[in-house]
Design a protein around this ligand. Structure first.
Ligand code: NAP
Length: 322
């Protein structure tokens, strides 16, 4: 049996659905039912339930977006750093493996081939790099799990949210038998305020950048695949292979959904941060070779986006609550 923390959340719901599809027995837990943020309560629960695995899909992502974490710092730190540490250590004491939903937002940019050399470029919106994704996509490579985060409290500037996610990784990597699964910018076919493809359609103006992103269902299944295949414990980037620019995503939305609107883009970072954002955003490319080498199959990102839009379910038919 798998014990799922944060089951009521956007990602927790995806895990519920994936486990149901796979007929994996699981118990969803919510703080309403049990205060799993307390070590003593949690340890007792683990000893009672004796799960084969715990999954931590709990966390604080900010309302209405990551800027919200700047004014809820205690909540952000408690949910994103202290809680994962509590869960990992309680699991060690109880002898139970754990999986934690981390984030790729602890990186900024990508590795870029320029003048015959690979170099980390933290900002792919610089004028000399803008056209690279379209003109020479292979000249951009993602960060691997071996690369140190470059968007964290140790490598500022970063958002408070990203800082707490990086700190959690640092605190729990190597503690007992655990997986750190890095998710990025979830999307799928269910129109929802949390879905990246919905956000693109709802923003008055769109911020163009380059990112690796995760189909929500593919993410949950990939994490469960790692567990079921008994892949070595450790950190895994779990995005759909490849990367996309926001302009490419908007082009697919226009082609497939044919919305009755024009899309406008912020002119540059300066304008975006002056009018639309308070804290720095992570935009980054991740390498998923380790995930694929573990035998996990995943659709390329452009295919996952196209598939989602082709079966798009508008919000008036919301996804059934699991
Ligand atoms: N959504 C994204 O864009 C994204 C991207 C990358 C990574 N992640 C990570 O994925 C995990 C889940 O995110 P999500 O988008 O599913 O978040 P969400 O929809 O806000 O759900 C998070 C759940 O965490 C639980 N929780 C426990 N302690 C909490 C606290 N102090 N404050 C608020 N909630 C708390 C709540 O469940 P109960 O009250 O039922 O226990 C809540 O439903 C987080 O670790 C997040 O950092 C998310």
């Amino acid at each position: 049996m798998i014990l799922l923390f944060g089951a009521s959340g956007y990602i927790g719901q995806a895990f519920q659905k994936a486990m149901r599809q796979r007929r994996l027995p699981f118990t969803p837990l919510s703080r309403d039912q049990l205060d799993y943020t307390r070590f003593d309560v949690l340890l007792q629960c683990l000893r009672e339930f004796r799960p084969d695995l715990t999954i931590n899909a709990a966390g604080y992502t900010g309302k209405p977006n990551v800027d919200g974490c700047e004014s809820a710092r205690a909540e952000t730190l408690a949910a994103n750093t202290l809680l994962p540490q509590t869960i990992a250590h309680a699991c060690v004491v109880a002898g139970i493996p754990w999986g934690h939903v981390s984030s790729g937002c602890i990186y900024s940019g990508a590795k870029v081939m320029l003048n015959g050399e690979w170099k980390v470029e933290p900002d792919l919106t610089q004028p000399h790099l803008r056209r690279l994704p379209d003109e020479n996509p292979d000249a951009i490579q993602g960060f691997t799990e071996r690369d140190e985060p470059n968007f964290s409290f140790r490598r500022p500037p970063c958002s408070f949210y990203s800082g707490t996610k990086a700190l959690a990784e640092e605190a729990i990597a190597g503690v007992g038998r655990g997986y750190l699964w890095r998710l990025r910018i979830p999307f799928d076919e269910f129109d929802n305020a949390r879905n990246y493809l919905s956000k693109m359609q709802r923003y008055a103006r769109v911020y163009d950048n380059v990112n690796s992103i995760s189909h929500r269902g593919d993410f949950a299944h990939a994490c469960l695949d790692l567990w079921e295949r008994r892949a070595p414990f450790g950190t895994y980037n779990v995005t759909n292979p490849g990367y996309v620019t926001t302009r490419q995503v908007v082009a697919v939305i226009q082609r497939v959904l044919k919305p009755d609107r024009r899309f406008e883009f912020w002119a540059d970072d300066e304008e975006f941060y002056r009018f639309a954002a308070r804290t720095p955003r992570s935009n980054c490319v991740l390498d998923v070779s380790k995930l694929l080498a573990a035998g996990v199959k995943s659709r390329p990102v452009d295919e996952a986006i196209e598939d989602s839009l082709r079966i798009w379910i508008p919000e008036k038919n919301p996804e059934p609550t699991p």
